[in-house]
Unconditional design. Structure first.
Length: 246
């Protein structure tokens, strides 16, 4: 059975009733090149119609150039020539009335693995092709949108164990004129807060920068309160901006 030919027959709107039934039966016997050689009696039995109906429909299909029939003769061991089963070639191009399959039904000089030769004998059905099923319209797989790409790259996570302050981060820290804490001290406080609260962020470098701002702001506020007679400060929260929350 050829999936390619069978699909073309199913999609042919011009085929109706017995014509489509017989074409489906021929496609069931055909290989991917469109060749088959079932007997009239076998077609009639499989379709559940009379032999005369098969002959009439095949004649009509030949006139429409949907199939081509070749009468064959076989010789016995004694040299007596007898009629063999007819061979049919299903022209999918005419069946679909288009050039989409141009060249697909051209017979090959030699048979391929898994297929009978184009002039195969009548005693066995054509073997199925090992080629992939033919598709007229190749399905289009949509590419991921930019937003989906960003979502895939920005999954929030807890602070990585190997997170460390890089030279570029130290340079950024040194450029902040209002920072009063040592970078290592501020980072240690921030790291403890992140681990204790199990914060999850998508950009830990940005979260660290925001944490450094908060740490130094709180250090200045504590110093101000101490000078004003307030010796305690509660409610430290090393939260990152909304854009980096989990």
């Amino acid at each position: 059975m050829s999936v390619k030919v069978m699909s073309a027959v199913w999609d042919a709107d011009s085929l109706k009733g017995n014509s489509k039934l017989i074409m489906l039966c021929l496609a069931d016997f055909a290989n991917d090149e469109g060749y088959c050689w079932p007997s009239l009696d076998r077609l009639a039995k499989k379709c559940g119609v009379s032999r005369s109906t098969i002959k009439a429909q095949i004649k009509s299909l030949c006139e429409q150039r949907i199939i081509t029939k070749e009468c064959r003769i076989k010789s016995s061991k004694e040299g007596v020539k007898n009629n063999d089963t007819n061979m049919y070639w299903i022209d999918v191009r005419n069946l679909q009335n288009s050039d989409l399959l141009q060249g697909e039904n051209n017979p090959r000089a030699k048979s391929d693995l898994g297929q009978n030769a184009s002039k195969g004998g009548p005693e066995a059905d054509p073997k199925p092709s090992i080629d992939p099923p033919y598709r007229i319209n190749t399905p289009i797989v949509p590419k991921p949108t930019e937003s989906k790409k960003r979502q895939a790259k920005t999954k929030a996570s807890i602070l990585p164990e190997d997170f460390s302050v890089q030279p570029a981060m130290v340079e950024w820290y040194s450029q902040q004129v209002d920072f009063v804490l040592d970078v290592n001290t501020a980072t240690a406080q921030w790291r403890d807060a992140m681990l204790s609260k199990q914060r999850k962020y998508t950009d830990w470098v940005a979260a660290w920068r925001n944490g450094m701002r908060n740490a130094n702001k709180w250090a200045i506020e504590r110093e101000s309160r101490q000078q004003g007679g307030v010796n305690s400060y509660a409610g430290q929260d090393y939260s990152a901006p909304e854009g980096f929350r989990s």
